[in-house]
Design a protein around this ligand. Structure first.
Ligand SMILES: [Zn+2]
Ligand SMILES: [Zn+2]
Length: 639
């Protein structure tokens, strides 16, 4: 007999060579009958997989969270089966794992179009209707190699992931079978709703040196309703896609020649400047002084702080040799700011010293990871470093939290805070860690109330508070951070003279409120679906002259509004078409100027919510000023 551990912490004696399913039957017949798959030591496995002495076992049934993963991977097999039915040997199958949102399948030899996907979906529907049993089979390694005679990808999997042992497992449904360790659902009929979503390219094993394969993304759910719900949410997200809105509103572009390098166009730069000014003001309120430091430095700078090794190891830093010297582009601003701290003698009376910078950093993100503004290679952080005494931690953290809460509220985001505490490999004095964590908790208790604690997940150099925001359609984004650091001051030799006339290490706070301007803009564009609050809108007012005759008057009004971002629609279009164009560009307010308006000196206003009114020009101007000053989230001048 061997003993396995169950989720409630109890242990269960089972026969040697028992499977996950046997364990389930031993717990109860009902559970045994319902078993779809299992988890051995946290890893999702087939129900026929054998357990070993001391394993932690969880049973996966239709009610488990993992069931959807199993179902989605089974749908990937149905996809592969449909490809084989339609394209035969032309389709060289590779892998088809589940993902957070569904599944994908990589295949060689097919150049698929949207119409092809429809045909494949029809065949998949047939396979689901046929309600084929999905059976696990053991096959000798030799037979498996023969079976994949024509498919070198599968042979590679056989000799790598599936190496060792005389037998390998296949899953068979109808005429189709494939190498797979599972788990799978019992029959193709269990798939309630599925959809193929997108065609993309992907390198075999994610390596740019390898062949480019065709990747098809799809998803599946136990029921049709769940699928419809997903499709609706996805449609909403697509409507808000910041890459499309960025192009439509002429905000930014990321051309092929600068992968991960954002070009802010004239309209995008207006939004960016507003954000920067906003942050500048908040930094000033927090007592920061703005500095600027260079991107290009000798690599020795980061050797001093200890970042060099870490960044070099993941290939995340751009570094090269030139003129017998190793140079790099800064991947963060901490080292340069620490130089500024160290450029003078500091006494306890000088602290806190707070330096802020719109610091442009470069990180060599994998090309496959790059995604619009959300993941780039050149980014500008609204960075800040505070050098403080340890008895100033609590007060400083409170101030920062207060600012973060207020700021995100002004954008209409809900915020969640996460405290990450001392990890096993922590550096720095234990007592400092304890006191610091205590201070962070006190600050969070007072300013936030409820927050999440991720025990032992802090960085080795200090505990951290992460800020997660929830956007208008309920998606969560990790943006700002407040991170304590006990290690850089020691590595870099940062010192101040204390009241006792001795030298001490300051505690360092790294903080970014928005995170990176690029990523924040990406999240914000989707959050507002391009309908920026008036204070941020690249074009706040558009004047629409009814005829060319009204042009001069339009110019006069523009002059009157020169403290706002105003443009005149000068294309010779009908008023209807002009209004439509302004709506498409998400302009908050339109002023429609015809002969009547010119004579009466009243104006016709229309807002982006399609409300209309007439009022005096001065009144509009005052209201506009108020709306911008109050940073209102939506257009409110016309009630
Ligand atoms: Zn499989
Ligand atoms: Zn830093």
């Amino acid at each position: 007999m061997i003993s396995v551990e169950l989720p409630d912490g109890s242990s269960l004696e089972v026969e040697e060579n028992s499977t996950v399913e046997d364990v389930a039957y031993k717990i109860g017949t009902g559970l045994g009958d319902d078993t779809v798959a299992g988890k051995i030591n946290g890893e999702l496995v087939a129900k026929k997989d054998e357990v070993s002495d001391g394993d932690q076992i969880e049973i996966v049934t239709e009610d488990s969270d993992e069931y959807t993963k199993v179902l989605r991977h089974s749908t990937a097999h149905v996809f592969a089966q449909a490809l084989k039915r339609i394209y035969g040997d032309q389709a060289k199958l590779t892998i088809g794992p589940w993902t957070d949102e569904g599944f994908y399948y990589d295949v060689e030899g097919l150049d698929l179009t949207e119409e092809d996907l429809e045909e494949i979906e029809e065949e998949m529907e047939n396979i689901i209707q046929e309600d084929l049993d999905i059976r696990r089979e053991k096959i000798t390694r030799d037979d498996a190699e023969d079976f994949f005679d024509e498919n070198r990808y599968k042979r590679e999997i056989l000799s790598e992931e599936a190496s060792g042992g005389d037998y390998v497992t296949f899953y068979k449904q109808g005429e189709f079978k494939d190498l797979c360790k599972g788990p799978h659902v019992e029959s193709t009929g269990e798939i309630g709703g599925f959809k193929l979503l997108e065609i993309a390219g992907a390198y075999w094993r994610g390596d740019e040196e390898n062949e480019m394969l065709t990747r098809v993304y799809g998803t599946a759910f136990p029921s049709e309703e769940e699928l419809e719900d997903f499709v609706e949410k996805r449609r909403e997200a697509e409507k808000r896609d910041h890459r499309r809105i960025g192009q439509d509103m002429d905000l930014f572009s990321i051309p092929d020649f600068s992968p991960g390098g954002v070009h802010f166009h004239r309209q995008g730069m207006k939004v960016r400047r507003e954000l920067e000014e906003y942050i500048r003001q908040k930094n000033e309120e927090l007592g920061y002084e703005e500095v600027w430091t260079p991107e290009l430095n000798k690599a020795e700078l980061w050797k001093k702080t200890g970042h060099y090794e870490a960044f070099k190891e993941d290939g995340e830093m751009f570094a090269w040799r030139q003129n017998d010297e190793e140079y790099g582009l800064k991947p963060m601003n901490c080292a340069n700011h620490s130089h500024i701290f160290n450029s003078d003698k500091r006494s306890y009376r000088d602290l806190p010293i707070k330096l802020s910078e719109f610091g442009t950093v470069n990180r060599n993100e994998q090309s496959g990871e790059l995604s619009g503004l959300l993941r780039v290679r050149t980014l500008t952080q609204d960075d800040g470093h505070a050098y403080i005494r340890k008895n100033q931690i609590e007060n400083e953290i409170k101030k920062h939290l207060q600012t973060i809460i207020e700021m995100y509220e002004e954008f209409g985001f809900d915020t969640h805070f996460i405290l990450e505490t001392k990890p096993p490999k922590a550096q720095g004095p234990d007592k400092l860690w304890e006191e610091a964590e205590e201070s962070l908790k006190n600050a969070l208790d007072e300013k936030v109330g409820e927050y999440q604690v991720n025990e032992e997940e802090g960085a080795f150099y200090g505990p951290k508070i992460g800020v997660e925001v929830e956007d208008a359609i309920g998606r969560e984004w990790q943006l700002g951070t407040v991170q304590l650091d006990f290690v850089i001051p020691r590595n870099y030799g940062l010192k101040y003279v204390g009241e006792d006339n001795e030298e001490h290490y300051p505690v360092m706070i790294h903080r970014a409120i928005l995170g990176s301007i690029e990523r924040f803009m990406g999240v914000m564009i989707e959050h507002f679906a391009g309908e920026f609050p008036t204070w941020l809108a690249p074009e706040q007012v558009r004047i629409l002259p009814v005829t060319d005759e009204n042009h001069e008057y339009a110019q006069d009004l523009k002059q009157e509004l020169d403290s706002f971002r105003v443009e005149i629609e000068d294309r010779s279009w009908t008023v209807g078409k002009k209004i439509q164009a302004a709506h498409d560009d998400n302009v908050p307010y339109m002023l429609i100027i015809g002969d009547d308006e010119e004579e009466s000196s009243n104006i016709s206003i229309r807002d982006r919510q399609e409300r209309e009114t007439k009022c005096g020009f001065d009144e509009f101007k005052q209201e506009l000023e108020k709306e911008i000053k109050q940073k209102r989230l939506n257009t409110e001048i016309i009630q």
